[in-house]
Write a protein that binds this ligand. Structure first.
Ligand code: 5GP
Length: 104
């Protein structure tokens, strides 16, 4: 399986500002933030894009969203609000081909 920059972050081969981690998900600050809060929620198991996620991984997609929701609550932005974005493939603006959810 080919690697991605996020795989290197997951394996601690390159540094990142990690804000959350559990068995399935890691979250770290985007290197080029587009908002005062910009954190990426990434499944440790790699799927290149949302197109590659099978029905059997519905729970993993839910965990990504709920990890973002919990983090938003933890840092106190949940009530004011936030945006979750998942880009898919070139026309969707995806640049890193390891599934991830942006919290902005
Ligand atoms: P995409 O455009 O694929 O949805 O989002 C990829 C995001 O990953 C971009 O917002 C980009 O700034 C971020 N990114 C790319 N390389 C790195 C990196 O090495 N470290 C971190 N923390 N973020 C990265």
């Amino acid at each position: 399986m080919s690697d991605s920059i996020f795989g290197k972050i997951i394996r601690r081969e390159i540094p990142a500002d990690i804000v959350f981690e559990d068995e399935q998900v890691i979250a770290f600050r985007d290197i080029s933030p587009q908002a005062p809060v910009h954190v990426l929620f990434v499944p440790k198991r790699r799927f290149d894009t949302l197109n590659d996620v099978p029905d059997s991984e519905a729970l993993l997609l839910g965990r990504l969203m709920l990890a973002a929701q919990a983090y938003a609550k933890t840092i106190g932005i949940a009530d004011d609000g936030y945006r979750l974005v998942m880009n898919c493939n070139r026309n969707g603006g995806q640049t890193v081909y390891h599934l991830h959810l942006h919290l902005l």
